[in-house]
Design a protein around this ligand. Sequence first.
Ligand SMILES: *Cc1c(COP(=O)(O)O)cnc(C)c1O
Length: 466
Amino acid sequence: MPETGVEPAEVPAGLRRAAPPRLPEIAEPDLVRHITELSTRTFGIDTGFYPLGSCTMKYNPRVNERAAALAGFRDLHPHQDPEGAQGALELMWRLERMLAEVVGLDAVTLQPAAGSQGELTGLTLMRAYFDDRGEDRTEIVVPDTAHGTNPASVAMAGYALVGVKTDPRGNIDVDDLRGKVGPQTAGLMLTNPSTLGLFEERITEIADIFHGAGALLYYDGANLNAVCGISRPGDMGFDVVHFNLHKTFSQPHGGGGPGGGPVAVRGMLEPFLPVPRIVRGDDGLSYDWDEPKTIGKVRGFAGPFGVFVRSYAFMRMWGPALRHMSEVAVLNANYVLARLKDAYDLPVDRLCMHEFVVSARTLRREHGVTALDVAKRLMDYGFHPPTIYFPLIVSEALMIEPTETEALETLDAFCDAMLAIAHEAAEDPQQLKDAPHTRPVRRLDEAEAAKRLTVRYLFEDHPTSE
Ligand SMILES: *Cc1c(COP(=O)(O)O)cnc(C)c1O
């Protein structure tokens, strides 16, 4: 044992450094200036408009951060006894009930850390429910507009995927659907409004088809920002719903987190929910681990607690006026759509919900300019690009979601930029092909950039200890 009395870490000889790391030898102010300068090269909702479709990049009120930083929340240890964490348990208990009310279902688990984990949790709940009934169902139906996480979750939950087509109005093709639902069907996975930003017009008829076959309906809640206080998945016939707290109920998300993906269920699925459940008894709130039919644990401790505090604060701020949030999100999207629809192709000409999809296919055919070129050029105008090439059924797709938190002036500036770019496509297409011109990096090879991340920059321009 060395003099410090601390055992050296057991690093295998082959992994040990031969020389000290090449850290820059510079003064603190130089380091601070360097890091601060780097921070200005990134883009976030606090620096500009971020119309990334399906992701709901809304402004995050600072009061949420105040609440999450209250010492009684911030300094809690995950192993704290429930008696010493009654406030935190109360917040989670109330959040569960508020979420249940928003979607019109009976019980909620807060544990999953993201929408995608909520999907896996929800499908696992459905599997446990059918196992308990002795029913062997093997298939989940997913429309061709679905987000990629849907088929991935279906496969991870051990189900076979059955695709269903979209009709010319952008709804599920119900005729295509009928032949695909039977005693082998465990359920439907649907996003409503869909990733086209369209409300499923025949949803109650679709629910009847699945329930008539003894199957369940799963609601991908990523687009819940369109319908809060207006319509409820539970009333449409859905039995399981995941929320993306970081989309609908405000979190500073992007770049990998933080997120929250609670799952709400109809009463018959409640016995299978993950443990621990948060329960209210005569002597306060506590954890209940003793649920014989539970699917078990899906995440550490009670879930991503800081996310709960922010979403709780956000929902309490809106209160019963939550409906107004969704109404403005839908109004903003329809405003932007109305201003852009003559310059870009519209795959389905309907009133949209909180987001919409246009296509650059005419720009491509006439001028060789793609959705990617439009997106890159938008960066020169100071805007984050929208989601592109999704949903997969629309060629040259641009999926635009303004959210409710943007002012008319911002929406107009964005529309002006989109119209200017459509004009540039005809006048000077090469300028778009070479964009962006004003950002720290120019056009990247997307595949190469994703696979071979270059992080050397930080050390290159500075003297090192060597
Ligand atoms: C974002 C999203 C998901 C996945 O949610 P995460 O929280 O990112 O895991 C699933 N479906 C749709 C439609 C989405 O937009």
